[in-house]
Design a protein around this ligand. Sequence first.
Ligand SMILES: [Zn+2]
Length: 372
Amino acid sequence: MAKKPMANVNGDSSDKNKGSMLGKKIKAAILVEQKKPLVVADITLPEKLDYGQVLVKIHYTGICGSQLNEIDGVKGPDKFLPHLLGHEGGGVVEEIGPGVTVVKPGDHVVMHWRKGNGIHAATPKYKWEDKNHGTRVVNAGWVTTFSEYAVISENRLTPIPKDYDLKIAPLYGCALTTAFGVINNNAKLKTGESILIFGTGGVGNAVVFMASLASANPIIAVDINDFKLANAKKHGATHIINSKREDAAKKVLEMFPSGVDVAVDTTGINEIRELAYELTSAEGITVLVGVPKHGDKMCIDSFPLHFYKKITGSHGGESMPSRDIPRLIRLHQVKKYDLNGMISHYFLLDKINEAIALVRTGNAIRCIIKMV
Ligand SMILES: [Zn+2]
C-alpha cells in the first residue's frame, strides 16, 4: 500500500517535516485527571523521532481492564498526568527513527505492551494547547494507542502480514497473547487436563479460547454476567457457572472432588483468588492473572505447596510477542481457530468515554476504537 501522509491537514506544517505527520496535530484521548472521563483533544506529535522510535498510524485499538485501572488510579496517585493510554492496537508504520530494523514504513503492525524484539526507546512527549491551562506536555509510555498516530518504541511492535485483518490485530496486543502465555507458559497445560477459569471478560474469555485450542477438558468458566458466560461457551467453555445464582465451589467439587488441574483467576478479587487456589488439585496449579487492589493480601493454606501444588502470578502470560504473535496468526490463517464474537463493539475515538462506560458494565467482550 502506498504511503499517504496527511500533509497540511491542520495547516501547520513546517518545511522541516514536509510530507510528514511529525510536528502535526492529531486527535487523542488524554487522561487528565484520575477517576474522570478522558479528554478528547488535538495534541501535537513530537518534531522528530529519537533512536528506536516509530511513528505509527493507528487504525484500531482495544480497551482493556488495565486502562480502567489507570483511570481509576488503582495503583495510587499518577505522577505522569496528563498522559496518553492504550496498549493494544493495529496500525501501519509511517516513519522510523534511527536504529530501527524490526519494522519499516508501510508495515502493518500489532502494538503490544510486552517487550518484543528491537530497541527499548525513550518515551515520547506530546504538546497540548489546553484551553484552561495553556501549553502542556502530555506524557506517554513506550506504547499508547488512544490516538490517531503515536510514537511507539520499536520493541512494542510486531509486523504482521499485510493481508491480515487489522480490525482484529488489537486482540494480539494483549488478550490473546496473555491467554496463550497463561496456558502454555504459566499453567503448562497438557492435552486433556481440566481447567477452571474465574472471570470471562476480555482476558478470561481468551483464556477459555486458548484452553480450548490446547484441548483442555473440561473447561469450566465462572462469572456473574450471563452475556460473558454465553460468549465463553461460544469460545470453548464446556461448563458455565453463574456464581450469582449457583455455588461455584460446590458445582466444581461435584465434578472434581479433589480439585482441577489448572485454576485461573482473571478477576483480581481476593476471595476469588483464594477460592481458585482451594479448588486446585494437590498436584495442580493456580495462575493469578487479574491484578489485585493495592495492598490486598491473600490468605491460603500453604501446606500443599511443600508437595506438588503450585501457585503463580502471571505477567501477561510471560508471552514473547515477536515469537508468539506470528505463531498465533499462522494458526488463524490455516483456520485452526476463529475469532468471531471476540470483538463485541466498535466505537469512534470521539465516543471513547461511552466505550469505557460500556466496558465497565461488563456487557462487552472487547470494545474496539476505530480510528480510520
Ligand atoms: Zn490489556
